[in-house]
Ligand binder design. Structure first.
Ligand SMILES: [Zn+2]
Length: 415
């Protein structure tokens, strides 16, 4: 595994300062030092670099009682564009953001049942990326990068989608395939990381040290924020909670094991819960996960007894599985995210809260809030865009490091 070099630390600090400025513009160097724990001298250096890159601007002064007025900086929203791509089993969402991470354009492609070849997914991504750049009317040169979230295990360094059980992908060179169609710098990671960062920056995990973001879609998983930062694990595989065993000798999973959490609470698992309860139910749309989940949501609103029972059964599995996460990580907040959670909404969350409290230990349970994601757009796109931002800052660091003389002589090692 890579060791942190001083340049890695420097890039991480620059990213952290920019993140704070995006979260709270305008802000002063003093506030940034307090928020990041870096020295004022280090913050001043990093702010200088970000000003040189035109990612932030000076926006005047704030009065400080008695003392010298403090210079304020803010993110330069038009200083560049970022693209976030969310590849899922049933859709491809693409959003284009300014540097303040406001959405400027979005595009959506439906992925039809049976479409699972890498080339088919890449085609959807290329079309949607082209569409958002055209809609936003920006020059391609202003796109700093494209962050791509793809389900399963991902090697960020090689750009290889190592394992995606729902598509039976093994070692797909996804970044190389995308590079044939997309000219911008590309950064690959998975939705568990993306949604965790989105919640950490802009959602329910903001300002919180320990949080678990549970994604409920076709696949399920848990994005982990521990000690204020994203937890990846030693090979970027942390959070594969969907493949924890919840029923011994239970349903067969795409991963080859039996009784995985995902097979009971992922969209196909919920369809199976419905089929086992009421095989002829009009709520069931065979081969169409999206329509079935939408029908269940509508059924719940109408107090349909089958819909209510299916959601309650699903919440029982979720309750046991999430109680494991609560006992293991003692988080301040558990956020339910992704399209199935959004569709089933607050009624599902209420059932889940009750079920978790039956299984989790009282002390960690008392310290944990269980909430629905409040991020209005697609959190995986937002998080993926932050990976592009991180990558853009990294490549700047590498370019600067290649020069024989440093661009700025006032650079100091981070304290
Ligand atoms: Zn599994």
């Amino acid at each position: 595994m890579k060791r942190g070099t001083s340049r890695d630390i420097r890039t991480a600090n620059r990213y952290e300062v920019l993140r704070q400025i995006i979260a709270a513009s305008p802000t002063s160097r003093q506030e940034l030092a307090a928020a990041t724990g870096l020295s004022l001298a280090t913050v001043a250096t990093l702010v200088g670099e970000l000003l040189d890159l035109r990612m932030i601007t000076e926006v005047g002064f704030e009065d400080s009682a008695g003392g010298r007025p403090r210079g304020l900086v803010a993110v330069n929203a038009s200083g560049g564009a970022l693209i976030g791509v969310d590849i899922a089993e049933t859709y491809v969402h693409v959003e284009l953001f300014d540097l303040a991470l406001n959405v400027l354009a979005r595009a959506e492609e439906d992925v039809r049942p049976g479409e699972s070849l890498p080339e088919q997914l890449v085609g959807h991504v290329a079309a949607a990326v082209g569409s958002v750049v055209m809609q936003a009317g920006i020059e391609g040169a202003r796109v700093l990068g494209v962050g791509v979230s793809v389900p399963g295990q991902v090697n960020r360094d090689t750009g290889i989608a190592e394992y995606a059980p729902n598509w039976d992908w093994h070692d797909v060179p996804l970044l190389d395939l995308l590079t044939e169609h997309i000219a911008y710098p590309l950064y690959l990671d998975n939705p568990l990381r993306a949604v965790a960062v989105a919640e950490l920056w802009f959602g329910a995990a903001r300002g919180r040290g320990d949080a678990v973001v549970v994604t409920l879609g076709t696949g399920v998983g848990a994005g982990l924020v521990l000690g204020g930062g994203l937890h990846r694990g030693v090979s970027n595989s942390a959070g594969e909670w969907g493949h924890n065993t919840i029923v011994l000798d239970g349903r067969l999973c795409h991963c080859g094991n039996h009784g995985c959490v995902e097979t009971y609470v992922g969209a196909p698992g919920i369809m199976l819960n419905l089929r086992e309860l009421s095989p002829g139910s009009p709520l069931l749309h065979p081969e169409d996960q999206t329509a079935t989940i939408a029908a269940l949501a509508q059924g719940m609103r109408e107090q349909d007894p089958v819909a209510l029972k299916v959601v309650r059964d699903t919440a029982r599995y979720l309750g046991a599985g999430i109680a494991d996460l609560v006992n293991l990580f003692n988080p301040e907040v558990v956020v339910l995210s992704s399209w199935v959670a959004a569709a089933l909404g607050e009624p599902l969350v209420a059932e889940v809260r009750e079920a978790v409290s039956r299984h989790a230990l009282p002390r960690p349970m008392a310290a944990t809030e269980i909430v629905l994601s409040l991020i209005p757009s697609d959190p995986a796109c937002l998080g993926a865009a932050t990976f592009a931002l991180e990558g853009a800052l990294q490549s700047v660091g590498q370019r600067n490091a290649k020069r024989t003389t440093p661009a700025r002589s006032r650079t100091a090692p981070p304290s």
